[in-house]
Ligand binder design. Sequence first.
Ligand code: SAM
Length: 243
Amino acid sequence: MSDKVNFGDELVSPEEKTRRVGAVFSSVARRYDIMNDLMSGGMHRLWKDRFANRVKPRAGEVILDMAGGTGDIAFRMAQRGARVTVSDINADMLGVGEQRAKRRGLKGLTWKVENAEKLSFADNSFDAYTIVFGIRNVTDIPAALREARRVLKRGGRFYCMEFSSSDWPGFSNLYEAWSSNVIPRIGKVVTDDEESYRYLVESIRRFPRPNAFKAMVAEAGFVRAAAEPMLGGLVTIHSGWKI
Ligand code: SAM
């Protein structure tokens, strides 16, 4: 069996993938938030609001927001009184997030560099684990899911939001044209980095279909694994429980 993994459409070693994903996010960190608005026409804000509503964070809950990047999801949960640890493999993304949190005067956030595949947190530490638009970038996804389960308390909730290819006729063609042609060009103009945005689009195309990912969540030991598609299946919220 080949030990090569996909970096977008290229086959590389697992170490090379982790290194190159790191380079992508270091390169885009400073412009990441504005690019999200441009690429999604502001829609990512609505998806993230909906995700936070689905998680229903409660005051005092301890939540791990993995691959938390510049903090969009963590901010929404901290505003409801949860104590959120924002973790990401990339210190540049977290650095931008910390500055944003400071400017907004947000409390209840802890920032920590971590690889989702091998967490330093103790077993049974968190009430909820969230990962948004992050897991498709992780080299060993089953390892990250096992770690998510390990660090959750009994009764803890797992939530993941990720892109998926849409099956809606017409819409899928439109999305294909937008993602292959327009997104890398916006990336070039705004960040002078077309390649990173080409990788991001390819990584979406390669991510497992919702039912396949749901099976991976169940395989990692979560119960009641579920996949709720939104917007014609362009984005899916996955969930599961640790018992
Ligand atoms: N969750 C944020 C959001 O929705 O705005 C950021 C999403 S961003 C597209 C993906 C993030 O995944 C990046 O910050 C990247 O550094 C992080 N990431 C990639 N591989 C990772 C890994 N193995 N462990 C932790 N974070 C990782």
